[in-house]
Structures are given as structure tokens and as C-alpha cells.
Design a protein around this ligand. Structure first.
Ligand code: ATP
Length: 324
């Protein structure tokens, strides 16, 4: 391998910069030419590709977002788009491509490998919804951001004896909602992975809490559920109508995606970035970086994409016990 390109794709996540830095510096360390590709797969199709050196990634390890920018690219899902991307990759002399992104980005990388590109995937998404890994870059920071917001909301819920509904990100996966719910002492956590009964699991729980002397209540609503039953504001109104308890809804939105990455995200991104490039250097490719039993390992990209992941049901049991 003489030259490697790196891009970020899909939704941005804190720690992506730390990953870019690790990939670029490791390549340079081993004498490999490194290229940055802007705006995800779009840059590969439009030729927005530039050579990077060790200094190109100075002062970014602590920054949220991604200096390479990110995007979704429809054209890359077509044969024509892949051909274009491949001919530009050849023109720039790219021997391999490191993709930092979610499952969708992995699918793009896997398909691109069929056109002859050697690929490596790094899990970058706040949702922790990549089946092949226990942990994704950005997840820890996002959870801490949500936790911080929840603590603040709890203060005012306490002061006004209110119920608060907090809508958090997670379209298909409720990992953020579940963890923050446990850590923040939520009474109710609504996850896309788990069916619930409106009356039994929400209303009766809140009323039961009131009967037990509770004065304030937290409901965590994952985005995937909000899309089905209406958002936090709508749910707040329903809860207020049915319980008589003053209820307020908050949608956290994009603040969950930004911010300076936590130490865990920085360390994980750094270690995965180094490993991905060292594997390429050793002639190993078409793999994705994963955390398995708290260790960083690599697995075949096809195998990774065939895996499924569930939420931690034991955590739900904790909520059952701790929210009485
Ligand atoms: P996030 O978890 O933040 O949503 P993601 O990587 O899953 O990240 P997607 O929007 O699903 O985000 O995918 C990012 C990009 O990957 C797409 O815009 C597209 O360019 C490419 N991609 C996704 N699926 C495929 C596919 N089946 N074939 C080729 N390219 C794909």
C-alpha cells in the first residue's frame, strides 16, 4: 500500500476528527501517502481529494464535527457513481480507503470493494447502532451531552413539581435513551426496540409514582418512537391531560451531535485509526474495527453487515426496579 484516502460519511459524530488524525498520522508514520476526501462519498465522485500531512491534522483531536465534512451521497449507491469514484481513486493513485461512518457508510464501502478498492471501516455514529461493535465513536460524548441536559431539566422538574418528557436521538436504536434513562433516573424510557402500552407503561407508572410520593417525573423518548407516536411536545400534552400533572416536553435535537469529544471517544478513535492503517500496511483489508468484550478487534466487512444487535434488556430491568 502506497497511498490511502480517508473520508467521513453519514451523520457527524464527536471523535471523528480524532479518528482522521490517527489515520493520517499513522499512515505518515509508516511512509504512506495520505489523502483526505471531503463530504463523504461525494468527494470521491467529484474529485474533492487532497494530500494531507502530519500537520494537516494538528489541533483537531479535541474538536467535534469533522474537518473533512460529511454528507449523504445518493449517486454512490449507483453503478455509475461507483465507476466514477473508482476512476477518480485511480487518478489520485489511492490504493485503499478508510471510511469513518455508520452502517450505511459500511454498506457503501463494502459495495465499493467489489469494484476493486481495498476498504477499512471505523464505526463513527452517536447512536451506537452498528451491529458489529459494542461501541461507536461519538456515543460516549453524545450520552454525556444528553445527561447534562437531563440533569438540568430535572432541576426545573423538581422546582415546579412537573413531569418532563425529553426526546433524544436514536431513530432505530435506543442505546442513548436507555443508558441516559438509567443514569438520570427516568421513570419511563420509550425505545424503538421495545413495544409498550401507553396506559400501562406511561400513565399508570406516573400515577403510581405520584401515589408513592413522587413529585417530579422524567420520561425519555427515543426519536424512533417519537416518529411513530408524535414528538415530546405532543406526548407531554397527552400525559398532562391524562394525569393532571403539569408536563413539559423538550426536544434535544442536534446539540447531541456536536461538542468536544469525551476522553473515551478520543482514545477509541485514536486506537481504531492506528489499527486500521496498520492492518492495511500489513496487507489486510475489507475489515471494520469493532469493540468486542472491551477489546478492539477487526472483522470482515460482509460479516459485520450481516450481524444484528439488540438493546441491553438487563438495563430495562434496572429501570423497573430503580424507578419505583
Ligand atoms: P448514520 O448512522 O449517522 O446515519 P450512516 O453511515 O449509517 O450514518 P447513511 O446515510 O445510511 O449513514 O449512509 C451514508 C452514505 O453511505 C449514503 O449517503 C451513501 O452514499 C452510502 N451508502 C449507504 N448505503 C449504501 C449502499 N447500499 N450502497 C452504496 N452506498 C451506500
Amino acid at each position: 500500500i502506497k497511498s490511502i484516502g480517508v473520508l467521513t460519511s453519514g451523520g457527524d459524530a464527536p471523535g471523528m476528527n480524532a479518528a482522521i488524525r490517527a489515520v493520517v498520522r499513522t499512515g505518515i508514520y509508516y511512509g504512506i501517502k495520505m489523502f483526505g476526501i471531503r463530504k463523504g462519498y461525494n468527494g470521491l465522485i467529484s474529485g474533492d481529494i487532497f494530500e494531507m500531512n502530519a500537520r494537516s491534522v494538528s489541533d483537531i483531536v479535541h474538536r467535534g464535527g469533522t474537518i473533512l465534512q460529511t454528507a449523504r451521497c445518493k449517486e454512490f449507491t449507483t453503478d455509475e457513481g461507483m465507476q466514477k469514484a473508482m476512476s477518480l481513486s485511480r487518478a489520485f493513485g489511492l490504493d485503499a480507503l478508510v471510511v469513518i461512518g455508520g452502517d450505511g457508510s459500511y454498506r457503501g464501502a463494502r459495495d465499493f470493494s467489489k469494484y476493486g478498492m481495498k476498504v477499512m471501516g471505523l464505526p463513527g455514529t452517536i447512536d451506537n447502532d452498528i451491529a458489529s461493535t459494542e461501541y461507536t465513536i461519538g456515543y460516549d460524548t453524545a450520552m454525556n451531552t444528553v445527561q447534562d441536559a437531563l440533569d438540568k431539566i430535572r432541576d426545573t422538574a423538581y422546582s415546579h413539581e412537573r413531569c418532563s418528557v425529553l426526546e433524544v436521538m436514536g431513530r432505530h436504536a435506543g442505546h442513548i435513551a436507555l443508558n441516559v434513562g438509567v443514569a438520570g433516573g427516568a421513570e419511563v424510557i420509550l425505545l424503538p426496540e421495545k413495544q409498550f402500552d401507553f396506559d400501562k407503561d406511561i400513565i399508570r407508572r406516573i400515577v403510581q409514582g405520584r401515589n408513592n410520593g413522587k413529585k417530579n417525573y422524567i420520561i425519555i423518548l427515543a426519536e424512533g418512537v417519537a416518529e411513530k407516536i408524535g414528538g415530546a411536545l405532543e406526548l407531554a400534552k397527552k400525559v398532562e391531560d391524562l394525569t393532571g400533572i403539569e408536563t413539559r416536553g423538550t426536544v434535544l435535537g442536534y446539540i447531541q451531535r456536536g461538542g468536544s469529544p469525551s476522553i473515551r471517544d478520543r482514545v477509541m478513535a485514536s486506537a481504531m485509526g492506528v489499527k486500521a492503517v496498520e492492518l492495511l500496511k500489513d496487507g489486510v483489508y475489507n475489515r471494520v474495527m469493532c469493540v468486542e468484550k472491551a477489546k478492539i478487534v477487526d472483522i470482515d466487512i460482509d460479516e459485520a453487515l450481516s450481524m444484528t444487535k439488540d438493546i441491553d434488556h438487563e438495563m430495562l430491568r434496572l429501570v423497573e426496579i430503580l424507578s419505583i
